[in-house]
Design a protein. Structure first.
Length: 95
């Protein structure tokens, strides 16, 4: 994403059952539901924010049952519910 606005009212998975990547270079991302990076066993998810803003009003999980990476190089990250989970369950790993 190189600019603009991305808004969703649903939960968002990056790397649900396979490999997923979201690269935010600029702009605003707003997620009303939960964000899960590296959801299921064997999955790999990566979110990179270089600039702009990322807001989740529910919960951010990095490595639920899979491997998740959240890489903040710059920009603003806000989790409204104050719920950040890294390595949620057995087999889950997050950085």
């Amino acid at each position: 994403m190189s600019g603009g606005t991305f808004t969703t009212g649903a939960s968002t998975n990056i790397g649900l059952s396979g490999t997923g990547t979201f690269d935010q270079q600029a702009g605003a991302v707003s997620i009303i539901g939960a964000t899960i990076i590296g959801s299921k066993t064997g999955s790999i998810g990566r979110y990179t924010i270089a600039s702009g803003s990322f807001t989740d009003s529910n919960k951010l999980t990095i490595g639920s049952q899979g491997a998740g990476t959240f890489d903040q190089k710059n920009g603003t990250v806000s989790i409204s519910s104050n719920s950040l989970v890294i390595g949620a369950s057995a087999g889950g790993s997050g950085t």
